[in-house]
Design a protein around this ligand. Sequence first.
Ligand code: ATP
Length: 199
Amino acid sequence: MQLSKLEVKGFKSFGDKITVNFDAGITGIVGPNGCGKSNIVDAIRWVLGEQKTKALRSEKMENIIFNGTKNRKPLQMAEVSLTFNNTKNILPTEYAQVSLTRRYYRTGESEYLLNGVTCRLKDITNLFLDTGIGSDSYAIIELKMVDDILNDRDNSRRNLFEEASGISKFKVRKKETFRKLEDTDKDLERVEDLLFEIV
Ligand code: ATP
């Protein structure tokens, strides 16, 4: 699976649409301080579903929308799309090209799309579980993460191995199942209360 294209519009410093094509081999992004190199990595993390504004180096989600310059008005929406080449079917989908899009509006609404079709964040998270890609995975390694792994902070070393070995998916499903069981228990309690009232 290969990351083939990133399109960014209205995200952080990118008031105009930019397209980054990732050809075979290594792609380097160079530029002067403050020109937006890290914003490109933030855009990748964000489109993969990152919800923690701190991880995006922002105080609140609204701040990821281009907030204008001296000569330009702020925009109302941020949009990032990321395209993967999936010819080896590493992503569990029949499509040879998988494109994710995330949009966020100043009104607080957000949208996720998979190959142009509206989907839930959960669909995106599930698609990438155990592939090593994902907002929480080891596909993006920043300096702080290297520190955390070396110091084994918050079980980070174990989490890394679990993601690489394909266990994370089952842990997530187990958690989901326990949550559903809890909900069912609550529903049952409610049914018993109602029965008590009726009978
Ligand atoms: P360095 O080499 O110093 O690490 P960099 O190239 O990685 O810098 P970034 O941190 O990606 O730079 O970009 C910082 C720039 O992004 C700053 O100029 C900041 O004003 C701008 N920026 C961040 N959020 C927004 C936003 N919402 N709207 C407009 N510009 C923004």
